[in-house]
Design a protein around this ligand. Structure first.
Ligand SMILES: Cc1cc2nc3c(=O)[nH]c(=O)nc-3n(C[C@H](O)[C@H](O)[C@H](O)COP(=O)(O)OP(=O)(O)OC[C@H]3O[C@@H](n4cnc5c(N)ncnc54)[C@H](O)[C@@H]3O)c2cc1C
Length: 480
């Protein structure tokens, strides 16, 4: 009977797992997770994603165990590990879902070539995206405008998710496996545990809860920070605990059985966000260095000016702008930051402080529980105005107005910046301008219990636009 090694990376699930399903239909499955230098580098420095990985692996191990199959966890060089496993298990095939980050592409191509050269059958699948990533526009070029990509996406056929393989061939092998604990990943994190349950089961449960309730209000409430009106599925999508195709079809099914226009609009808005993720992956595939270099070449010469001290204040949530501070503290505490605040905080770093977006990308990479190279790089390039279809540079978010609009009662700020909690709503957005008696009553001394704004908004906006003027006329060609 055929024996197939199925390689798990950021697809830590058994539902809609193309490689696993195909292998399970042909014989024995040997699930394998390799902890290589490359993985150490990818997870290193980010406690949240490392914690998530630990718990996802624990769960995956027990999921396979229930079917009397061992998840092999091995550490070392990919090829050496694979040759050992092939020898020990007598495997004849190797299946995996593709990844799209350049280093992972090189890694998977190298492994595939090495194994094929020693006679092992290799098969790869597009398991983690909605469509095969080869969609081009009428000119035969990659899409540059999200709206056109979205329209095209609605015409594309999204394959139905693969079923969960049940009653897989039992296979116990003699190959010695590590346990997730052997990988030195952080097991315990009181703050993350308070906010998250990692893994496939929790991801599916989260979707069920959201689709029962939050999805209805999604269009109306997704920008309201305190409502938590979004799905919070991003860490599950980023680690592959949940499949994007399953979400797509589940949302479409709800759409078909309801006539309520509110839910139709909300589902459309939700699917649109899934297509933003897809668009981000297309950008990454066509511009592999998107996390390092601006797609608009003119930005290579942007006159950045920010200081380390400014950067530290932003990272620690001590800017004196309550909305920014709330977002950055939420990030430190929970590994997540609401999308609207993500945009405003990122814009503040790049435009108010003139700190390179790449520094912001790196901080998010270290801190986000949903870190995803494609989404993060596209998000930063969008905010900085140097991406292909991005916010124009001259549109500078006003953190005070954003806060008044999307956190009108100030509840989000109160939650994450407790020293401002006693300040009434109109003043909480801009405490530095609150009357002295109101501040005294709330027990706040600006500059002592809460920082004064680190920069004047109007002056910062002017400075940002002047900086932009220096590169405005230059070539806008996109770079690879
Ligand atoms: C500067 C910046 C950095 C970002 N970094 C990341 C990142 O590292 N990882 C990440 O998953 N998202 C990132 N995003 C996109 C977005 O903020 C998050 O996907 C979203 O906040 C996740 O919350 P949710 O799951 O509740 O989203 P929902 O609104 O419920 O959306 C559902 C899913 O759609 C996808 N999605 C939603 N918004 C976007 C978007 N703008 N771009 C791409 N995909 C999207 C996500 O996978 C999300 O889980 C970034 C955005 C910005 C502006």
């Amino acid at each position: 009977m055929k024996r197939t090694i199925v390689w798990f990376r950021k697809d830590l699930r058994i539902h809609d797992h193309a490689a696993l399903w195909e292998a399970s239909q042909q014989g024995i499955v040997i699930p394998l997770f390799i902890w290589s230098e490359q993985d150490r580098a990818e997870y290193g420095g980010n406690e949240a994603t490392s914690w998530w990985l630990y718990h996802s692996l624990e769960e995956l191990k027990s999921t396979f165990h229930e079917q009397h199959i061992d998840l092999l966890i091995k550490s070392g060089d990919d090829f050496e590990v694979l040759m050992d496993v092939i020898r020990e298990t007598k495997a004849d095939a190797f299946y995996f879902n593709d990844r799209y980050e350049l280093e992972e592409v090189i890694r998977q191509n190298t492994i595939a070539a090495q194994l094929e050269s020693v006679g092992v059958e290799v098969a790869r699948f597009d398991g983690n995206l909605l469509f095969p990533p080869d969609i081009l526009n009428v000119k035969g070029e990659p899409y540059k405008i999200f709206t056109s990509f979205w329209k095209r996406a609605l015409q594309e056929y999204v394959n139905q998710p693969y079923p969960v393989p049940v009653e897989m061939e039992q296979f116990r092998n003699d190959s010695r496996s590590l346990t997730p604990s052997d990988l030195n990943l952080p097991k315990h994190s009181p703050s993350l545990k308070k906010h998250w349950i990692a893994g496939e089961r929790a991801g599916i449960e989260r979707w069920n809860e959201f689709s029962d309730d939050g999805l209805y209000y999604y269009k109306k409430e997704r920008d309201l920070m305190v409502k938590e009106g979004t799905s919070t599925l991003s860490p599950y999508l980023a680690s592959g605990n949940i499949s994007v195709k399953s979400l797509w079809h589940a949302a479409k099914r709800i759409n078909e059985v309801t006539e309520d226009p509110t839910i139709h609009q909300s589902i459309e808005a939700f699917l649109r966000q899934l297509v933003w993720r897809e668009f981000a992956y297309h950008q990454l595939i066509h511009h592999p260095s998107i996390a390092k270099f601006p797609l608009r070449k003119q930005f290579l010469e942007f006159p950045w000016q920010g200081t380390n001290d400014d950067f530290l204040k932003w990272k620690e949530g001590r800017t004196g702008f309550p909305l920014i501070d709330a977002g950055m503290r939420q990030l430190r505490e929970t590994g997540i930051i609401h999308n609207r605040v993500r945009m405003v905080a990122a814009s503040f770093l790049v435009k108010h402080l003139l700190i390179p977006w790449q520094d912001g990308y790196e901080w998010f990479k270290r801190s986000l529980v949903d870190f995803d190279m494609a989404n993060n790089a596209t998000g930063w390039q969008w905010v900085a105005g140097c991406g292909i279809d991005s916010a124009p540079y001259f549109r500078v978010f006003n953190p005070y107005l954003q806060s008044e609009k999307f956190d009108p009662g100030g509840a989000y700020i109160r939650k994450w910046v407790p020293e401002l909690a006693a300040l009434p709503a109109p003043f909480i957005h801009k405490p530095s301008e609150a009357p002295t008696d109101i501040l005294e009553e709330a027990g706040i001394a600006i500059g002592q219990t809460y920082p004064s704004p680190m920069i004047d908004h109007a002056a910062a906006r002017k400075r940002a636009l002047l900086a932009y003027d220096t590169i405005k006329g230059k070539s806008q060609d996109t770079t690879n």
